[in-house]
Design a protein around this ligand. Structure first.
Ligand code: NI
Ligand code: MN
Length: 228
């Protein structure tokens, strides 16, 4: 399984001959190195409706016909914008797709599509447990620290955890380290930092703290990948 980092919270997961794109914020991301037009996912997972997560999802889905999987209200929103292939889910629910299994986890955050004049709420935000090739990735979405990460860690053998560390809107470094203790993943990849001034962090500080606890951490540069 290949995990490619596109910056912020956006990753492509390649396994079983399929490409799963998570939270494709490419256009407008000052750190992005790929063009949204180059991405050809089979599936798009969306954690919530904020612009730095929904991003280019609708245009990519319309161009490629990719299946969009999201919390119900956000999936319906995408459908209303002309995305034909959507699969609504909600927190706590899992579904076995042809490419793998997806389960939605809670995330302590908001979810809305916001433009100049309006805020359209898009339900609850989520995280994802994605299982392909018998490997499970946990993408936490945007979230603060919550104690039920212990339950997620106990009920799932997590091969890779993708955790926000940017602070301000999501967990900061110290809270993300607490999350690692509960999730007990084989490897941790930090995300959701440096994109904007307000979420500047030194990911190597996080890496050092995670490694001091005896866990593996990999800081991915934008465009870099990790094979697990
Ligand atoms: Ni957000
Ligand atoms: Mn965000």
């Amino acid at each position: 399984m290949k995990i490619i980092f596109h910056g912020h919270s956006c990753f492509t997961i390649e396994a079983e001959g399929k490409s799963v794109l998570i939270d494709p914020f490419i256009t407008g991301n000052p750190l992005a190195k790929v063009d949204a037009q180059e991405l050809k996912p089979d599936v798009i997972l969306l954690t919530h409706g904020h612009g730095d997560h929904l991003g280019d999802a609708i245009s990519i889905a319309k161009r490629t016909g990719a299946l969009v999987i999201a919390p119900n209200e956000l999936a319906v929103y995408c459908q209303m914008q002309g995305v034909e292939n959507v699969h609504p889910m909600h927190i706590g629910g899992a579904y076995q797709f042809d490419f793998g299994k997806v389960k939605l986890t809670q995330a302590l955050h908001g979810s809305a599509v916001i433009d100049d004049k309006t805020i359209q709420y898009t339900g609850n935000p989520c995280g994802f447990l994605l299982t392909m090739e018998e490997k499970t990735i946990y993408h936490a979405g945007d979230t603060g620290l919550f104690g039920d990460m212990e339950l997620i860690g106990r009920l799932n053998q997590i091969d890779a955890a993708l955790l926000p560390i940017g602070d301000n809107f999501v967990m900061g470094i110290d809270d993300a380290v607490e999350a690692v203790k509960m999730l007990k993943p084989n490897i941790v990849v930090p995300m959701h930092y440096d994109t904007f001034e307000v979420i500047k962090q030194d990911p190597n500080k996080f890496k050092d703290k995670v490694e001091d606890l005896g866990f593996n951490c990999r800081v991915l540069q934008v465009g870099e990948d990790l094979i697990i």
